[in-house]
Structure formats: structure tokens, C-alpha cells
Design a protein around this ligand. Structure first.
Ligand SMILES: [Fe+2]
Length: 196
């Protein structure tokens, strides 16, 4: 099934601390991942599976990059969807779970920031289906580092492309801007949709 990039241009001008130039560059990159996902899935239909090889083979390379393009597509979608500029408030259920997992809401935010400082890729706040608890996991690239059995509640893009135009090397300032613009209503909704 061909994947389609969603239109997030409504975020331009709506996010305090995110320039149109920064967002346009990010939307372009996002569109590139969607295009590559479609290209990989199309080529996989006919690539010769019989010569798969760890060192090099077309089918093998496509399989090795399939998840990069998939997560590059859908992590960006989750990221842009959990930004709105309108903020909202974390629900009582989200605060309760964050407090149970991290000790307090502020400790959760501190852990999120620390996790962001620890990766050039992604931080995902997830509900772990094994222990039923919230976790912050760091990912490299788009596909490396996420444990199994996770439901994504919040996606934070820590790739330099997400902030370098606006913040250069000041990643902490980007994190502050991100947190000012989180669409907690969307995060609350994701959490509420999960099994208890
Ligand atoms: Fe990104």
C-alpha cells in the first residue's frame, strides 16, 4: 500500500520557537522518508530473495533499510502530531503514570531531557506492555534501540535536522521549545486508547 505524507503546514506560525524555514526543511525530509518507504516496498516485491547475503545483496539491503524508512515516516508523523503550539495539559492519568514511573512529573521531564541529550536520534515515551509502565527510550537513526512491546505515547525528534536551523548546537534550547509546544491533548489521547 503506498504511504502518503500528511500535511503539517498548519504548524507553520503556530509553534513558538520554530521558524517556517526550520519546519519547511523538516517537512521536506519527512516527505523523503515517505517516498523511500514506498520505493523500498515496491522494489521488495520483485527483488531476488534467493541470493540474500549479509555482505551485499539488493534484497538484503532493501530489508536492512525498510525499517529506517518506515520509522522515518511514522515517527515523524507521531512527532508532528504531538506538536500543536496550543499545549493543553497533561491528563491526570498521564501525570499519575509518569509519577509512578519516575517519581514526579518534573522527574519525568528531567528524564526526557536527559534522554534527549543522550541520543542523536529519537526519544520515545512509551507504555511498555511488559510492565505496564511509562519509559523513555532512546533510539539511534530511526530504527535502532527500541525494545519490543512498546506503545508510543510521545515522540521527540532529536536529530540535528529538527533544530539546527533555529538553534545550531543549542540542543537544550530546542528541547525547551519542544516542551512549550507539546500537544498534551494528543499525548493524553494516545495513552487513553491503550489497554490498562
Ligand atoms: Fe526529523
Amino acid at each position: 500500500m503506498p504511504h502518503a505524507a500528511k500535511d503539517f503546514t498548519h504548524l507553520k506560525g503556530a509553534l513558538d520557537g520554530f521558524s517556517d524555514k526550520q519546519l519547511d526543511a523538516h517537512f521536506t525530509l519527512y516527505g523523503g522518508y515517505v517516498a523511500k518507504l514506498n520505493e523500498i516496498e515496491e522494489k521488495l516485491k520483485t527483488a531476488d530473495r534467493s541470493k540474500a547475503n549479509y555482505t551485499f545483496n539488493e534484497f538484503s539491503e532493501l530489508k536492512r533499510r525498510e525499517c529506517t524508512a518506515f520509522n522515518g515516516t511514522y515517527l515523524h508523523q507521531l512527532y508532528f502530531e504531538n506538536l500543536s503550539g496550543k499545549g493543553g495539559e497533561p491528563s491526570d492519568a498521564l501525570k499519575r503514570m509518569a509519577t509512578a514511573a519516575f517519581g514526579s512529573w518534573d522527574a519525568y521531564i528531567a528524564d526526557l531531557k536527559g534522554s534527549a541529550g543522550s541520543t542523536p536520534g529519537w526519544v520515545l515515551t512509551t507504555k511498555n506492555r511488559i510492565d505496564g509502565s511509562l519509559h523513555n527510550y532512546v533510539m539511534y537513526e530511526h530504527h535502532i534501540g527500541l525494545p519490543a512491546h512498546q506503545e508510543v505515547v510521545l515522540a521527540l525528534d532529536c536529530w540535528e535536522h529538527a533544530f539546527f536551523i533555529d538553534y545550531g548546537v543549542k540542543k537544550a534550547d530546542y528541547l525547551g521549545a519542544f516542551l512549550k509546544n507539546v500537544n498534551w491533548t494528543e499525548v493524553n489521547k494516545r495513552l487513553a486508547a491503550l489497554p490498562a
